[in-house]
Write a protein that binds this ligand. Structure first.
Ligand SMILES: NC(=O)c1ccc[n+]([C@@H]2O[C@H](COP(=O)([O-])OP(=O)(O)OC[C@H]3O[C@@H](n4cnc5c(N)ncnc54)[C@H](OP(=O)(O)O)[C@@H]3O)[C@@H](O)[C@H]2O)c1
Length: 255
């Protein structure tokens, strides 16, 4: 079985590559930049924006795990129209595994609407596929909200809720889907606990013995309301075992 991992330089792509390296699968990788380490895999250049290399990327491949994404730059093309073009080259694919995000149908955020459009394109195609939505990754929440204190304060919308999950655990889950074959949209994959951003910030401060404090702000609007209400969580699908605190502790040990 030959698996193509798109977005092979990204967080999920790298986690997939690390785990697939020790498997019996033949691995093909694609992205615009070449990953630093490709192990036994074959890397090909491709760009969802221009369409260059997409044909070559899917050649002689059985299963695709699509971890390429561009939430900010040219997102409409990469997530939707480029993705549609990519789907057009997949007639031979046995399972297109599409990682999506919990709550995209309820959260009014442009990137999420595009992910929903991509899900629909896949669902309406003849390509055998599996769609699985995950909650936000631990590092993603940390990088977006807790990377930089200002004047010894993490200024955050403290009432936002997250059920973040370890990216390696989600990668393992996706790899586990390869042998199961196409299943359409399957159940979500979510982290072990639901925390407010304020609680997450406090955990980081405590664990790193930081002098910082949390300054919580309330943001107006529908988008904020949906994170406050936890539309991005799924309490019934606590499949991840590594908590945000454990992720932080692991980082301290490994740096
Ligand atoms: N981040 C989260 O918290 C989260 C949560 C749930 C689900 N997901 C989903 O998981 C998937 C992977 O997310 P991630 O966080 O791992 O993303 P990421 O770290 O930002 O990686 C994105 C990858 O896409 C590639 N890429 C970007 N533009 C491209 C283009 N024009 N053509 C081809 N490749 C391109 C990048 O490589 P090059 O720049 O080298 O091309 C990179 O390898 C996405 O579908 C995302 O929606 C993410």
């Amino acid at each position: 079985m030959r698996i193509l991992v798109t977005g092979s330089t990204g967080k999920l792509g790298s986690a997939l590559l690390n785990q697939l390296e020790s498997s019996d699968y033949q691995i093909k990788l694609t992205s615009r930049r070449k990953p630093e380490r490709i192990g036994n895999g074959e890397w090909v250049y491709s760009d969802l924006l221009s369409g260059e290399g997409l044909e070559e990327a899917v050649k002689d491949v059985d299963v695709i795990i699509h971890a390429a994404t561009s939430p900010v730059k040219h997102s409409k093309i990469v997530e939707v129209s480029g993705f549609k073009e990519f789907l057009g080259k997949m007639q031979h694919i046995k399972n297109m595994i599409y990682p999506s995000i919990v709550g995209i149908d309820e959260i009014p955020f442009t990137y999420y609407k595009q992910k929903l459009e991509a899900e629909e394109l896949l669902r309406n195609s003849a390509i055998p596929h599996t769609i699985v939505r995950s909650t936000q990754f631990h590092h993603f929440v940390e990088n977006i909200f807790l990377s930089k204190p200002f004047f010894n304060r993490y200024i955050v919308p403290g009432n936002f809720k997250f059920q973040s999950v370890d990216v390696n655990e989600f990668a393992k889950h996706l790899i586990g889907l390869v042998e199961k074959g196409p299943h359409g949209r399957i159940e979500d994959f979510a982290g072990p606990e639901i925390l407010t951003l304020k609680e997450m910030a406090k955990q980081k401060i405590k664990l790193n013995h930081e002098p910082n404090k949390v300054f919580s702000i309330a943001l107006p609007g529908k988008l904020s309301k949906s994170f406050f209400e936890g539309k991005n969580t799924n309490p019934l699908r606590k499949l991840g075992g590594i908590s945000f605190e454990e992720y932080l502790r692991d980082k301290v040990i490994n740096t």
